[in-house]
Write a protein that binds this ligand. Sequence first.
Ligand SMILES: Nc1ncnc2c1ncn2[C@@H]1O[C@H](COP(=O)(O)OP(=O)(O)OP(=O)(O)O)[C@@H](O)[C@H]1O
Ligand SMILES: [Mg+2]
Length: 413
Amino acid sequence: MSLIAMEPLLPTVALLRSRAAELVREAADVGRHLHPATLEAVTELLRTINCYYSNLIEGHDTHPIAIERAMAGELSAESATRDLQVEAKAHIEAQRAIEARMSHEPALNVCEPAFIRWIHEEFYRRMPAEFTVVRNPDGSREELVIPGALRHFDVRVGQHVAPDSAELEILLQRFATVYDPAVHLARDPTGALALTVLGAAHHRLLWVHPFGDGNGRVTRLMTDAYLRRAGVGAHGLWTLSRGLARARVRYKGELAAADELRRNDYDGRGPLSQRGLDAFCTFFLEICLDQIRYMSGILAVDRLTERFSAYCRAREGGLLSEAEASPGPGRPRIGFRPEATRLLRTMLAQGPIRREQVEDITGLADRTGRRMVRALLDEGLIASETPRAPLRLRFPAHVAPYVFPGLYGSGLA
Ligand SMILES: Nc1ncnc2c1ncn2[C@@H]1O[C@H](COP(=O)(O)OP(=O)(O)OP(=O)(O)O)[C@@H](O)[C@H]1O
Ligand SMILES: [Mg+2]
């Protein structure tokens, strides 16, 4: 095999351009009219949701509430559950590291082999030992997955035999040159052109399968980084992995179809099928657009406020049972007082508040007010960086089913 084996690398842009342009427009509007601090709270929840879905695609089902508990340092005593929790935490920390790096290096080529290996390293150095060993395809040996290191053995994904490990460096170098977002953004600063090629980059990175394990998740993290770099990430207000997970049968089918060899004279000029690649890119943009529209819908300010208020009222009335919206076993759910609703709704609309404002907003005298704030902090509905710092709203995973219907927990394809 040689470099040519990965061709074609670019899709037929004309087929994708108008949808990509639509996507650019709609991504700019997600969460419009919401307070920036409220959007920040959504972004934080979506890191958990993104992690949940990307792992779910690999068959690792770690409930968002279990993920939050892991982030708070509360791990299950049962080893299989604990491993999944540690894995999820590793994923979120890797994602945070990527976001931090991208804000310092805005012009980063997210397709560089060094960056892709760094993503893998950030993820795998935090993995439980159990998940750093894979069996090679004939099952004869166990191979160790070293964080950030390219594989040195052969792999097979379904019908696809990934390239020889000796060729990984050169394939990845070519990958970095062709897909470099700077190249596509220079030609089209709106990001639409970059989006048309991103599906292809997503596929070809999985086709190369550079690592012994973790290719799926690392590729999705790289793709998220690319979306950010292209200016359509909407600050983490939508997640690609939710869409891919909900369509995961089709996702794998489209990936496999794009692995196929060229069929005939009408199927491009490279060894791989142009039509398969175009179809994957079309699918990819469809999923992105669908996710952006879903988030725009649930973040529409009036309806969000209405659902949030309804949730608070249900809590006031004690209408939610433990089982319906529990933050986890062993965590008694407090009834709300109407003052709590008032406080939370104020934060939703106006952002963080200073502690001295609690009395003004709720009319509760010192000690009662403080006790209420403490209960809301304990449940994770609000947060504060220090005991005196302002209070900000949070959306913990156990409120998501009420406030963001369908975000997780609905049926998968
Ligand atoms: N036919 C295919 N061609 C290319 N990529 C594929 C194909 N089928 C699945 N994939 C991708 O490979 C990933 C799973 O393959 P595999 O389990 O070998 O990868 P991995 O390295 O284990 O990734 P992870 O550890 O994140 O699961 C899937 O998430 C999917 O994105
Ligand atoms: Mg795997």
